[in-house]
Every structure is written in structure tokens, then in C-alpha cells.
Design a protein around this ligand. Structure first.
Ligand SMILES: [Zn+2]
Length: 352
């Protein structure tokens, strides 16, 4: 048989990460803006944290800049952003904020075929460096095809301004790659799904690095932000190589999404992933205690009651999580898990 294998990989062209890297945005804009204006997609709070600074850097260097303040990544806001960008003839978008602003800019950039720069203000999840956007439609979060950022500017001075809770959540999102890889290997064995060992190796390296250094993920330390952000970017590279979120999203993410859908209390994505990864590691027969210990060193609780999530919510979430993305085969299998098995899993691991 002739050799017919091929694949496409999309990477950001420039990645600036570390202390005080923000002014590099001027050169990036000079290099990649072909014509038109620049739209900064930001929120009320994130404008103060990063948007304002980006605006003055660009305006002072002669760019035509517009600020589009928005909030959640919902269809309505996406349409408004796209209409605004067309009106001001945007040739480039800058997403400056936490998850939702970057998701909106990423999707609009894809729809309008113009480049976008990712400027994260929270190190809370791996979406800052991925080509997929989470957009909420009819109360359902959908992962949609979007643009890979042409450039990522992850300034640790800015990221340090986010509450510590976001940092440890970002670390948990990366540590939870460990179960995503076990699920991927399982799907490879049982379903013949294509597996990339290079993507898995990078993703696993990023997770292990943070698992081993979990005692160094501390509040008020810029170096902790550096440590976590680097591995978030490595996770993004693994996804880019695989051409999917597989290396960083398995059963633990299905559980996290199920909790988000059923009744998340006040938990955020990375915290839900931490809970999900302990459950998944237990189901895989792996060292779930090591994950639990690492989270506890960072001060991240995996007890659902600490987030106001009820026992029945987490039982229902675990039981039905497999149905969130049926094409993504994981340890959760293809049928609901019984209530008894869910209860036992959650009790043994200390989640309820
Ligand atoms: Zn995630």
C-alpha cells in the first residue's frame, strides 16, 4: 500500500512569555496587520488590567485602535463583535482577558479571516493557546473551531494580578492531562483512534512538571505564574501537534463539563478538572492520591461541598458524563455508571 498519511498543524508564530513582555505587541502589530484597524476585545475589569495598556501602546505608535467591551462568550456577543469589527474595518483582533474574551476574539478571527493576538489576564486554563473556542448557545457550551492565535503575549506581571485561585485552577487544568492521556491510549487500544506519541509526551511532561512542583505553586509569587504559564503553553503545543484537544481533554473534562452543566456552584473550570481528574485516575486504577495531594498542596479543594455543589449533582454528572461527547471514548465507557458505583468512587476519593 502506498503511504498516504498526512496531517496539518497550526502553531502561534510568536510566543512572548515572562516579565514585562507586553510592549512586544507593537512589533507584532507592525508585522501582521496588513490594513485596517485593530479591535481590542476586553471586559470592564480586564480593560483596567491589560486592555488600557494595550490601547495606549498601540495608539502611541500610530495604530487605529477600537476597544470592544463585552462579557460572556455567548452567540449574541460574538455577533455583536463581528458586526463591530466589520464596521471599523478591523484587520486584527486582540483578545485581552480571561477565557471568554479570548474565546470571542478567537472565533471572530476565524469567521472574519483576520489574525488575532491572545493576551491572557488569568492563567486559569489552557484555552489561551488553543485553536478551539468555547461558545455558549442555548445554555449549552460548545467547543467550536476557531483560529490559533498568531501571537500569544503572556506577561507574568499582568497574570500575577489575577487572584491566586485562577493560578492553581490553571495548574490543575494542566495536571489533569495525565488522565486525558490514559483515556487517549485506551481509545487507541479499544477503538483504533489515532494516537500521537509526541503530542502525548509533551502533554504528559507538562502535567508531571506541575505535579512534581505543586509545592511551588504559591500565592503572590510571580515565578509561580511563570511556572504554570509555561506548562499551559506546552499543553497548547501538544494540542496543536495532535490537531485536537485529545492530549489535554479526556474523561476528567467530560466530568468537569457535566458538573458545569448540572450545577457548578461557585466552582471554576480548573477546579472542576481537578475533581474530574481524581475520579478518572481512580477509575483507571492509577495513583489518584498523588493528584489529590498535589491539589491540596496548592490549597485546591476537591470536596464538592466547598464549592456548594450537591452530592446528587456530582453523582448525576459522573454517571452521565460519557454522553457529553459520545465520540470521545474514555474510561467512562458508553453507558451510564450506576449510582452505587458513583457513590463508592466519590466516597473513596474524598470528593463527597
Ligand atoms: Zn480545560
Amino acid at each position: 500500500m502506498e503511504f498516504e498519511k498526512f496531517k496539518t498543524m497550526q502553531f502561534p508564530r510568536d510566543v512572548y512569555v515572562g516579565h514585562g513582555v507586553m510592549p512586544n505587541i507593537i512589533n507584532v502589530a507592525r508585522q501582521y496587520l496588513k490594513s485596517g484597524s485593530i479591535v481590542i476585545v476586553t471586559g470592564n475589569t480586564t480593560y483596567g488590567i491589560a486592555g488600557k495598556e494595550i490601547e495606549s501602546l498601540l495608539v502611541d505608535n500610530g495604530f487605529d485602535v477600537h476597544v470592544f467591551k463585552t462579557d460572556r462568550a455567548v452567540g449574541e456577543n460574538l455577533q455583536a463583535l463581528e458586526a463591530f469589527s466589520s464596521e471599523v474595518r478591523a484587520g486584527m483582533l486582540v483578545g485581552a482577558g480571561g477565557g471568554s474574551k479570548i474565546d470571542l476574539a478567537k472565533k471572530a478571527s476565524f469567521d472574519l479571516s483576520i489574525p488575532f493576538i491572545s493576551v491572557p489576564t488569568t492563567p486559569s486554563h489552557d484555552g489561551i493557546a488553543s485553536p478551539r473556542a468555547s461558545i455558549v448557545e442555548d445554555n449549552c457550551t460548545l467547543s467550536k473551531e476557531a483560529s490559533m492565535p498568531i501571537c500569544i503575549i503572556a506577561d507574568t506581571v499582568i497574570l500575577s494580578r489575577a487572584p491566586y485561585r485562577y493560578l492553581r485552577a490553571g495548574a490543575a487544568d494542566v495536571i489533569s492531562n495525565l488522565t486525558a492521556i490514559l483515556d487517549w491510549k485506551l481509545a487507541h487500544r479499544l477503538k483504533g483512534e489515532e494516537f500521537s506519541s509526541s503530542a502525548a509526551a509533551i502533554s504528559e511532561y507538562a502535567a508531571k512538571e506541575l505535579l512534581e512542583k505543586s509545592h511551588m505553586v504559591m500565592e503572590g509569587v510571580e515565578e509561580s505564574v511563570w511556572l504554570v504559564t509555561k506548562q499551559i503553553l506546552a499543553s497548547g503545543t501538544a494540542m496543536a501537534i495532535a490537531g485536537s484537544s485529545r492530549p489535554a481533554s479526556g474523561s476528567e473534562h467530560l466530568i468537569a463539563h457535566a458538573i458545569q452543566r448540572t450545577g457548578p456552584g461557585n466552582s471554576i473550570h480548573g477546579e472542576q478538572c481537578a475533581i474530574g481528574s481524581v475520579i478518572s485516575m481512580f477509575l483507571h486504577g492509577g495513583d489518584w492520591q498523588a493528584l489529590s495531594d498535589a491539589y491540596s498542596k496548592m490549597g485546591l479543594s476537591i470536596r464538592v461541598r466547598d464549592y456548594g455543589i450537591t452530592e446528587s449533582t456530582v453523582i448525576k454528572s459522573l454517571s452521565t458524563a460519557h454522553s457529553i461527547r459520545p465520540e470521545r471514548y474514555t474510561i467512562l465507557g458508553e453507558t451510564d455508571i450506576s449510582k452505587n458505583a458513583c457513590e463508592r468512587t466519590l466516597e473513596v476519593t474524598g470528593i463527597i
